[in-house]
Write a protein that binds this ligand. Sequence first.
Ligand code: UDP
Length: 417
Amino acid sequence: MPNITVLQGGCEKVTKMRIAFLSIHSSPLGRAGEKDTGGMSTFLRGLSSALGEAGHKVDLFTRPDSAGKDLVREIKAGVRLVCPDDGLGPLSKQELYPHYRTIAESIDRFCRGDNSRYDLIFSHYWLSGCVGQVLKKNWNVPHMLMFHTLGRAKNEACPEENEPLLRLEAEKELARSCDLIITAAKQEKEKILTYFDLPLEKVALIPCGINREIFKALGIHQRLRAKEQLGWEKKTKIILSVGRIEPVKGLDLLLKAASLLPAEESFQVVIAGGDKSSSIQVESYKKTAARLGLEGKVYFTGIVEHEKLPFYYNAADVTVLTSHYESFGLVALESIACGTPVVASPVGIIPELIATGNNDDFIGYMVENRNPPTWAEKISRALNSNKPLDQSVLDTRLAPYSWKQAASELITVINSL
Ligand code: UDP
């Protein structure tokens, strides 16, 4: 790909970037809600599309589903999905680390054959970071890294998580050796600076975006129709949870809080996300629900296609985010964009998004503790608030979160490197 410089507005010179995104353990086109595919894929699709629309060139590198040949396809204007064959065949996330050099070699080989050169490498998750460090040396270009989650933060926040020392050590080394770390929420930036003892300028904050053409609030009648079409009674209040099924999402708290809702409340807890690999965890939550007297009131949908999720958010009366830890928390943005309030723990973007509001621009509640009665009280209040949320409030509160804006901030950051 040639490096292009164009004239914008008749005078200003804007260099069009060529960026190699690395997403080794999970395909940006994978099904969000599966074990290893979630907000990071939404992020990669949203940001790369916006960069492509702005005239930049992005190659999204991931691993092929099977060994045999390189796969390349254009997925959006200026954006290619590239899967160089590394000869390793299918590997789980846990099996990848020992092979990171082989994977880097396969990307390098592909790029030499394709005559592709990049101004920058942008790695996602620590495993891609390891590959990115090898390529940085080979290509002599800057390496930017986004952790998406931090092993240490997961372990500290949730006792049931047990991220290995190998990951913790690798993240420490990557934080030191990469050129710049990108993060999407203020509290994640604080964590990175403190955990790795880094200078302020080593971490840049770029909030995620939200596709508001898909995630938008429907009118009251359409919302009721959505509820009906999903098979829910109009009068039943829907308490929605969306995300991968993992201990760190803290769903036990949602179940405990639901069991404490006022007896007169007619409600259904709908939990979206989780593939076959989550079945043991789902069974255990079902048993907990039965023990708490929630028989028939908790429904696991499995994965909901990303494009269908706006329908669920619109049909719901509240979205609950009980996570012990999120590096961003896209689900909260998606729900609010669909006009449905959230009740959320103080993770990721939540303190910036919710805690700053007042009664006039209500979008939900942040609950600082993990005390089920407090959550039940807030969920009950949100269920009985006016929905959909006020459109002008949504527009104001969601204004900082657009992929176009994120792409433009990213380019500014790259230019400063
Ligand atoms: N998601 C989805 N279908 C599902 C469950 C989740 O499309 O069944 C998407 C959801 O819309 C969101 C992402 O997966 O964009 C989850 O992102 P989040 O940052 O909340 O959590 P993560 O998966 O990164 O921990």
